[in-house]
Design a binder for this molecule. Structure first.
Ligand SMILES: *[C@@H]1O[C@H](CO)[C@@H](O)[C@H](O)[C@H]1NC(C)=O
Ligand SMILES: *[C@@H]1O[C@H](CO)[C@@H](O)[C@H](O)[C@H]1NC(C)=O
Ligand SMILES: *[C@@H]1O[C@H](CO)[C@@H](O)[C@H](O)[C@H]1NC(C)=O
Length: 357
């Protein structure tokens, strides 16, 4: 995972044609977002979370430094001394997935204040989500507690809570189907959980079947406005696709991409301001330069798997009615947009030049 060499990006003449097609060259140079590696655990295993330092991340963007990979998922080591007990006859995968207590807990949970429910009582956990930030094991199926944990993890924007049928000891050839134990996981993401993402329905460990039940997901829809920017508009699954301005001039100032989760609007704001600074210092021969007054940032997905945070810069504010790009195909690959927000410079945020009206 690395930030772009921003200086190089800023210097590069940004002359993308209209409309703002996805920039394949930029997308191709993204590092793949690491997929969440949520270990199957026994309940005693330590939780792990990924820390995020927003100020530091923003500084890294401005300074174009390398960010450290942050996945600190622990390798769970466990005591395998006992496969003494054999599972009881009702300790099966199907008994687990049809357990009425689990569906009752999931269906009975209401969304914590400030959160919107994305899905309920699914038989899978989410995958392909931007910004895996770790998980906790909870003693009870407590959605409120999971949301409070998420609030305490800096950068956490959504969470997934579910029951998982885990082996009580590591399955081995001599103990291929040990008794199960139920682990309640609360998983944190620094990006939005999407409604069709509950596709991780478990796995086989030797003869032991890890399965999932009562999976619920919630997204925090409030977003912090970056300093100096305001007028946040939620554009959902669409990106701004601005036409030329009324004088026939291009207001699009190019793209920045971030693959270092979590999703953070401030990274795009920092790029916007840094682009203005750069341009101010490098006017053209007539002394003219564009300043960045507006940006649109969102999570970009390739075939429903998050690939990065996209950030498009403009020198004037475009209304949400221009958010008409809901994705593009490249060959068979479908690129789509989620969690799209726009912001304007709070002192400028210029609109169309008045000379046209
Ligand atoms: C939601 O996100 C906002 C902005 O990051 C944060 O201030 C807030 O604590 C989060 N939680 C809730 C319940 O709003
Ligand atoms: C945006 O940039 C274009 C092209 O340089 C320019 O013609 C236009 O006046 C700028 N718009 C604003 C609001 O500054
Ligand atoms: C907003 O625009 C004004 C005028 O161009 C500029 O002085 C200011 O630095 C901009 N704010 C940010 C946060 O870039």
């Amino acid at each position: 995972m690395q930030y772009y060499a921003l200086a190089a990006l800023l210097a590069g003449a940004i002359a993308s044609p209209l409309p703002q097609d996805l920039d394949w060259a930029a997308i191709d140079s993204l590092e793949p977002v690491p997929s969440a590696d949520i270990p199957v655990v026994n309940a005693a295993a330590a939780a792990s979370t990924v820390s995020y330092a927003p100020a530091q991340a923003a500084t890294s963007v401005a300074a174009a430094v390398q960010a450290d990979p942050t996945d600190v998922t622990p390798k769970v080591k466990r005591d395998n001394s006992a496969c003494a007990t054999t599972p009881t006859s009702d300790d099966t995968d199907s008994a687990f997935t049809s357990n009425g207590d689990f569906s009752t807990a999931a269906n009975g949970a209401s969304a914590p204040a400030g959160y919107v429910q994305v899905y309920q009582n699914q038989a899978g956990s989410s995958q392909g989500i931007y910004g895996y930030m770790g998980y906790s094991v909870l003693p009870t199926y407590d959605v409120q507690q999971c949301s409070e944990n998420c609030d305490a993890v800096l950068g956490c924007q959504s969470f997934n809570i579910y029951f998982e049928r885990d082996p009580s000891v590591d399955p081995t050839s001599s103990c291929s189907n040990p008794p199960s134990e139920t682990v309640i996981k609360c998983v944190y993401y620094g990006g939005p959980i999407t409604s069709d993402s509950a596709t991780n329905v478990g796995q086989w460990r030797d003869d032991f079947h890890v399965v999932i039940a009562g999976s619920n997901a919630y997204v925090n829809h409030s977003i912090t406005e970056p300093d100096g920017y305001s007028g946040a508009v939620f554009l959902g699954n669409s990106a701004i696709n601005a036409p030329l301005d009324c004088n026939g001039h291009d207001t699009y100032m190019g793209v920045k991409l971030f693959d270092s989760a979590p999703f953070d609007a401030n990274l795009c704001a920092t790029a916007c301001s840094a682009q203005s600074d750069y341009n101010r210092a490098h006017p053209d021969s007539d002394g003219y330069f564009q300043t960045c007054q507006f940006f649109n940032t969102y999570v970009l997905y390739e075939n429903n798997v998050a690939v990065g945070q996209y950030c498009s810069l403009y020198n004037e504010t475009w209304a949400p009615s221009y958010a008409t790009n809901d994705g593009q195909y490249r060959g068979d690959d479908h690129y789509t947009i989620g969690y799209s927000y726009s912001f304007s410079n709070s002192t400028g945020g210029a609109d169309e030049p008045t000379s046209c009206s």
